[in-house]
Design a protein around this ligand. Structure first.
Ligand SMILES: [Zn+2]
Length: 472
């Protein structure tokens, strides 16, 4: 995609909080929302002499992420200390991975493009700083800042993409598919509001057709898909305007303010060169066995990308519809249950996409029952919506019984419908005359009158045919 002869180049860095029972290097519980500073111990508080132990469950989940993204899983990898001084890090370093990450060189296909995954590595999260007093939660202008160490030391996987994304829309679609993939393999709840999924974007622009990379800026911590898309679009526009005016893009970290729809430069905590990475001396290198990797590979569920392809193949759905149904695992599961029980994948797809509220509220058999009644001609599509509305107020009801109880069965082919047609024709001799004189459009008015009398229990095309037969 190009804008005024310019092309955007975007790479993402995504932090995923793993849903392990305990923290990355200690036995403290990994729980969101507990009373501040109740989930701590000498290891995650950085007491001198306390020794970390690797959480095997977190390693498994990191390998699962690597497998889902078609990465190579390292036979041997190493933890490093990433040194920085800040109140959210009691040790004054973060245990992370540097030049020997656990997963490298993968990809995820989205939106007709292959997006390279540079690496995915394991690390520990920092503590949470809370800025209080009149600054709206920002550090600037706060009266005081306090630290909650519950999050300190919880396991993270950082996923880094190649700069393969070419538009904010594609980046948002990528993040959506990634989120769905991570939820499907069950490694994280990926709740952006709670911070379990956090995304930074590296953005640059270049003249369309050029191969080199322009100077990039980093957009930090956008906590919703909407803001991510808006922030990237605003930054791309800003860079293009700057370059077209003869200016230069400066490498900097930016923060997108969704209220003001504006980008603000943010002073970064430290420069990358200053981290002084060195191997963590308290941990032996990690060597995932081939057996472990095989076991995790064998247990891998069907992934969203494969499921989208299968939905298209099996149910004859369009790529867009199949993708919509795979927006979340529970939607895809629900669709398959409705499609299976009704025997009509196309109709099931239309219903599930148009009635997202059905997921988790109306049993799949119930919605499948509505689909079957329509397919069998027992009710019209219009009445189907009424039956669905009745199901919403009584989700466990049997749709066929509802149709019976409320007298909603279709009256196609019946003497009742014949009678209504005859009556409407008798009441509107002028329309009949006009129709016979060649003004065929008047038939729509007649169809409307009959449909009104049937209260939706007839098929409009059938009514039109009946009227036509009678008048000719
Ligand atoms: Zn701890």
């Amino acid at each position: 995609m190009s804008v005024d002869g310019w092309e955007a180049v975007i790479g993402l860095e995504i932090h995923v909080q793993l849903n392990t029972d305990s923290k990355m290097f200690c036995a403290c519980a990994n729980v969101f929302g507990a009373e501040p500073n109740t989930l701590t111990c000498p290891v995650c508080l950085g007491y001198p002499g306390a020794l970390p132990t690797i959480n095997g469950g977190a390693v498994d989940k990191a390998i699962q992420i690597g497998l889902a993204l078609d990465c190579e899983i390292a036979g041997r990898c190493q933890f490093h200390r990433k040194n920085y001084f800040y109140p959210d890090s009691p040790k004054a370093y973060q245990i992370s991975q540097y030049d020997q990450p656990i997963c490298t060189r993968g990809h995820l296909d989205v939106d007709g493009g292959r997006i390279g995954i540079t690496r995915a590595h394991l690390e520990e999260d920092a503590a949470k700083l809370v800025h209080a007093g009149g600054s709206g939660g920002r550090i600037a202008g706060a009266e005081s800042s306090v630290v909650d160490f519950n999050r300190c030391g919880t396991p993270l996987v950082e996923i880094v993409t190649e700069p393969d994304l070419r538009s904010p829309e594609q980046a948002v679609a990528f993040l959506g598919l990634l989120k769905n993939t991570l939820q499907t393999i069950g490694v994280s709840d990926c709740d952006m509001e709670k911070g379990s999924l956090r995304c930074d974007a590296n953005v640059s622009v270049r003249r369309a057709g050029e191969m080199g990379l322009g100077t990039k800026t980093e957009l930090k911590n956008m906590n919703s898909f909407k803001f991510l898309g808006e922030g990237m679009a605003a930054e791309i526009r800003r860079q293009i305007d700057l370059l077209e005016a003869g200016g230069e893009v400066r490498q900097e970290t930016l923060h997108y303010d969704p209220q003001a729809r504006a980008l603000h430069a943010r002073r970064s905590k430290e420069e990358a060169d200053d981290y002084r990475y060195f191997p963590e001396p308290d941990l032996v290198p990690l060597e995932p066995s081939a057996d472990t990797v095989r076991r995790l590979r064998d247990a891998m569920p069907e992934l969203p990308a494969a499921r989208i392809a299968r939905f298209r193949e099996t149910y004859g759905l369009s790529e867009q519809d199949a993708t919509d149904l795979n927006a979340a695992p529970e939607i895809a599961d629900y669709f398959e249950a409705v499609a299976g029980a009704s025997g009509d994948g196309k109709a099931a797809s239309d219903w599930v996409r148009n009635q997202p509220g059905a997921v988790g509220t109306i049993p799949a058999e119930g919605l499948a029952g509505v689909v079957k009644l329509i397919t069998a001609g027992t009710i019209t599509a219009t009445i189907g919506k009424q039956v669905y509305a009745l199901l919403e107020s009584d989700p466990s009801a049997d749709p066929a019984a509802l149709v019976e109880e409320h007298g909603l069965a279709s009256i196609g082919d019946s003497s009742e419908l014949e009678g209504m047609v005859a009556e409407v024709l008798a009441q509107n001799p002028q329309f009949v005359e006009q129709f016979r004189a060649g003004k065929e459009g008047v038939i729509n008015a007649l169809v409307g009158q009959v449909m009104k009398q049937t209260r939706g229990r007839a098929d409009a095309r059938q009514v039109q045919q009946l009227l036509r037969d009678r008048m000719q």
